[in-house]
Design a protein around this ligand. Structure first.
Ligand SMILES: [Zn+2]
Length: 65
């Protein structure tokens, strides 16, 4: 299933809007959503794309375990 592109699609898919904020690494405006799995996910304002795919400092989102 492609990732939802609008707020309505997100909510229909079980995502819940939580808050807005800014990326601590690049300063981009973000919209935080709670996923159906109960995880917090930062989406970019406007495009609603997952920020970890676009952030210039995305390595921070993929810490080694
Ligand atoms: Zn960022």
């Amino acid at each position: 299933m492609p990732f939802p592109k609008t707020e309505l699609e997100l909510e229909a898919a079980g995502y819940t809007f939580e808050n807005t904020g800014h990326c601590r690494d690049c300063g981009c405006e973000l919209a935080w959503y709670l996923t159906p799995a109960g995880k917090h996910m930062p989406l970019e304002e406007g495009t609603l794309e997952p920020h970890w795919a676009k952030c210039p400092n995305a390595d921070r989102f993929r810490r080694k375990r």
